[in-house]
Design a protein. Structure first.
Ligand SMILES: [Zn+2]
Length: 454
């Protein structure tokens, strides 16, 4: 059974004569694909279609987690510029904080804003931080409610654009739900239907299966291989839809990713340590009653927050405590990086004192109950086996690949950054960001962008 969305009212079709109006852009994010996965991906029938163009290594922004990096891919800014400084909102005392689902939290113009201003139509499927977007014509965002499928569908419909809602309704049956949401098949079906029905000029799609498999089974397991094979089939469906719709010759297609993975050796509940120090206080039922300091887990690092309403002496107390943590070999915190250093070194900023870096493979959890430390050999270790959120220069890097009429065939480059990808996309569409922390990757362009040389 294949349901599709009825053709749209075409009265909103953009006027002819918009810049590069014969060019389309399709960006497929294979979450957590790394550059060392490329030799295997080239053996798969559809990854190889994109990798036949140009590819290379892409350094993520800090934090090396999904939402900040996907926002760099649409803004060409680091987190200090676009404001999405973590996956999750900071909600001390919440076991499942909301994520940065709302596009209105992005502090910089997105490629969708620029596209709309030039009369180009844009669509997104499962792309992070696109809920309630003011500028995406057809947005089916990534958003869920841990309460279940029905609640997820309700919030997904609410966060989608009006035209996106029709796609949610047509394909809702393809959302998978076991212990949590599974959007891969749904996102692919929606993207294929969008290409056939609305043919947007700009389409961004996010596929998460490889990342999910790595988190739960490890970096290079049979399950990760199966996830790659599944994602390869989905990429094939999208590429075939472009061909069958007669637009493949005009479409530059990218595969991007957002971070690598590091094997987890232990989980640290730094907020449990803050409870022991009296800097987080619990009520009789063990819930957080009040807090002076809070560590917001960001995978393999954590942001150190100070409650703006805490007494003046709290900051010194907290910073002194952190110094002791770094000095104590029993606490797996390698370093504390003050915010000013993070801004200087990584273009990172946010409402906190700085960043705690774990020793390699230390995963920060927000939780405060139980013990402060859970090691992989502990009988009650039931957590992630692989994680990211480390500093960007560490470990294996993300990948950036493109193929299409404006892209060199058989090209390779050694290193770009994730904000460079967004600048490349803008260049290919004849758009320009007013401010950017990246530049177009000129090595992959058939007509080098002389004025944009990196
Ligand atoms: Zn990710």
């Amino acid at each position: 059974m294949t349901r599709t969305v009825p053709t749209a009212d075409t009265s909103s079709t953009p006027p002819a004569g918009s810049p590069r109006d014969s060019r389309r852009l399709v960006v497929i994010s294979v979450d957590a694909m790394s550059v060392v996965d490329v030799p295997f991906a080239r053996t798969l029938p559809n990854f190889s279609r994109v990798l036949a163009g140009s590819w290379g290594s892409a350094e993520a922004i800090y934090p090396t987690v999904t939402y900040p990096n996907h926002t760099s891919q649409t803004t060409a800014r680091t987190a200090a510029g676009h404001g999405i400084y973590a996956n999750e909102l900071v909600q001390p005392g919440s076991r499942r904080p909301d994520w940065f689902w709302d596009a209105r939290a992005i502090a910089a113009p997105t490629i969708f804003d620029l596209a709309a201003a030039q009369g180009l139509t844009s669509a997104t499927v499962g792309w992070p931080v696109t809920g309630w977007s003011p500028s995406i014509d057809i947005a089916v965002p990534e958003i869920w409610d841990p309460a279940g499928l029905e609640a997820t569908l309700a919030v997904l419909r609410d966060a989608a654009s009006e035209r996106g809602r029709a796609y949610v309704d047509a394909h809702a049956a393809e959302i998978g739900w076991d212990s949590k949401h599974r959007f891969g098949q749904f996102n692919t079906a929606v993207a294929v239907d969008m290409i056939r029905t609305d043919a947007p000029d700009v389409l961004f799609v996010h596929l998460v299966d490889v990342d999910s498999a790595r988190h739960t089974t490890g970096r290079f397991t049979p399950e990760v291989r199966e996830a790659f094979e599944r994602v390869d089939g989905w990429i094939g469906e999208i590429l075939d839809a472009l061909e069958e719709s007669g637009v493949a010759e005009d479409a530059n297609v990218a595969i991007v990713s957002d971070h690598g993975h590091v094997e987890v050796g232990r989980c640290l509940r730094a907020n449990n340590l803050l409870v022991q120090e009296g800097l987080v206080r619990l009520d009789d039922s063990g819930e957080v009653a009040s807090w002076d300091a809070w560590v917001h887990g960001c995978g393999l690092t954590g942001q150190l927050h100070l409650n703006p309403e805490a007494e003046e002496s709290a900051q010194d107390r907290v910073l002194d405590l952190v110094d002791r943590w770094v000095a104590d070999p029993e606490i797996p915190i390698a370093a504390f990086h003050p915010l000013a250093d993070m801004r200087e070194d990584y273009g990172y900023s946010g409402p906190f004192l700085g960043v705690l870096e774990g020793t390699s493979g230390t995963n920060f959890q927000n939780l405060w109950e139980g013990r402060s430390l859970y090691g992989r050999f502990d009988d009650d270790y039931t957590f992630l086996l692989s994680q990211h959120g480390h500093l960007p220069e560490q470990d294996i890097q993300a990948v950036f690949a493109m193929v299409g009429p404006d892209i060199v065939e058989g090209g390779k480059f050694s290193r770009c950054t994730v904000p460079d990808e967004a600048a490349t996309f803008a260049h290919l569409l004849g758009l320009q960001f007013p401010e950017a922390d990246g530049a177009a990757v000129s090595e992959i362009l058939r007509e080098p962008a002389l004025s944009l040389a990196r």
